[in-house]
Ligand binder design. Structure first.
Ligand SMILES: [Zn+2]
Length: 74
């Protein structure tokens, strides 16, 4: 087999545009969307909500489990 291409999926934060990288695996692309989301949620503590992705710096969860998304900086 020679060289071939395959589609890959990554996540970027909806607020700060940061790209999710799994630092243990040095990996930022997955073969499918769900794997990317699961990895970011489970390993990276990202929040995936309503088809949007938020890095740990851009949201807070208070003691009552209320999620606050930080404002986008223009
Ligand atoms: Zn962010």
């Amino acid at each position: 087999m020679g060289v071939f291409e395959r589609k890959a999926y990554g996540l970027s934060c909806d607020v700060c545009q940061k790209v999710y990288i799994n630092e243990y695996l040095d990996k930022s692309l997955w073969w499918n969307e769900n794997s990317a989301k699961e990895d970011a949620e489970n390993k990276g503590c990202w929040l995936i909500k309503d088809e949007k992705c938020y890095c740990p710096a851009c949201y807070e969860i208070d003691k009552d489990d209320n999620v606050t998304i930080k404002e986008k900086k223009e």
